[in-house]
Design a protein around this ligand. Structure first.
Ligand code: SF4
Ligand code: FES
Length: 261
């Protein structure tokens, strides 16, 4: 047994948290400091926040609001800026899958919500990401009526195309790409959502109109334009590759060239 933990390899950490607190969308927010004591290195980042919240509730104070659902890296709900990095210091990892072994005893951890005009803060660390839904509604679908589910393999898809489509389909819509981008651009998200269709026979017919509709909606929502910083790719927990943005622009240019206005 380790001297400072409950079983082999586990350690207990005492941490200082500097957390963004904001009562509602209109209130002014501020940072508040909390002590997180006896946190196990085996706990996830969200479990650490659960412990802090239990202490706050026991003390009669408001718990820290944060988004979460699956806690296994698939739903995209968790969304924290941790020491200035979207989803924290470990690449290819959502906040819910980040473990406290990434931190050292005595560390100070600054926790903020996603910062982007198009993602207004609802409360504390929770932001409104409905703008992503509205971008999806603008074009992230196939409009033809394809009837019932066909038999598997009735439309042969080359393995290479299926793999490329699956790369885009891995996007969980978390918004880290926007939060990490100096321009709060949503292009990696849009590229992923368009890329999952553009290689498939059912989806490729509308690829240019889809790109135009989704990019236009992103502009209206207040997302910025891409300036090739590629912070999005570095922050993405699903390792969505930057090539999906190049494909998106190629499709968008095709639409722009054929538009009448
Ligand atoms: S592209 Fe990556 S970072 Fe952006 S929403 Fe999708 S999974 Fe999240
Ligand atoms: S809570 Fe679902 S991905 Fe983190």
């Amino acid at each position: 047994m380790a001297a400072d933990g409950n079983h082999s390899g586990e350690k207990l950490l005492n941490l200082t948290l500097v957390v963004w607190r904001q009562k509602n969308a209109k209130a002014e927010g501020q940072f508040e400091t909390y002590q997180a004591k006896g946190i196990s290195t085996e706990q996830s980042f969200l479990e650490m926040l659960d412990v802090v919240n239990e202490d706050l509730i026991a003390a009669g104070k408001d718990p820290i609001a944060f988004d979460h659902d699956c806690r296994e890296g698939i739903c995209g709900a968790c969304s924290l800026m941790i020491n200035g990095e979207a989803h924290g210091p470990q690449r290819g990892t959502t906040t819910c899958q980040l473990h406290m072994r990434q931190f050292k005893d005595g560390d100070e951890i600054v926790i903020e919500p996603w910062r982007a005009t198009a993602f207004p803060v609802i409360r504390d660390l929770v932001v409104d990401r409905h703008a992503f839904d509205r971008i999806q509604h603008a074009g992230g679908y196939i409009s033809v009526n394809a009837g019932g589910a066909p038999d598997a393999n009735s439309i042969p898809i080359p393995k290479k195309d299926a793999d490329l489509a699956m790369d885009g389909a891995a996007c969980i819509g978390c918004g880290a790409c926007v939060a990490a981008c100096p321009n709060a651009s949503a292009m990696l998200f849009i590229g992923a959502k368009a890329s999952q269709f553009r290689y498939l026979p059912q989806g490729k017919v509308e690829k240019s109109q889809r790109a135009l509709n989704m990019i236009t909606r992103a502009d209206e929502e207040g997302f910025g334009s891409c300036r090739n910083h590629f912070e999005c790719e570095a922050a993405c927990p699903k390792d969505i590759p930057r090539r999906v943005m190049a494909e998106l622009y190629r499709d968008f240019t095709g639409a722009a060239l054929t538009r009448e206005d």
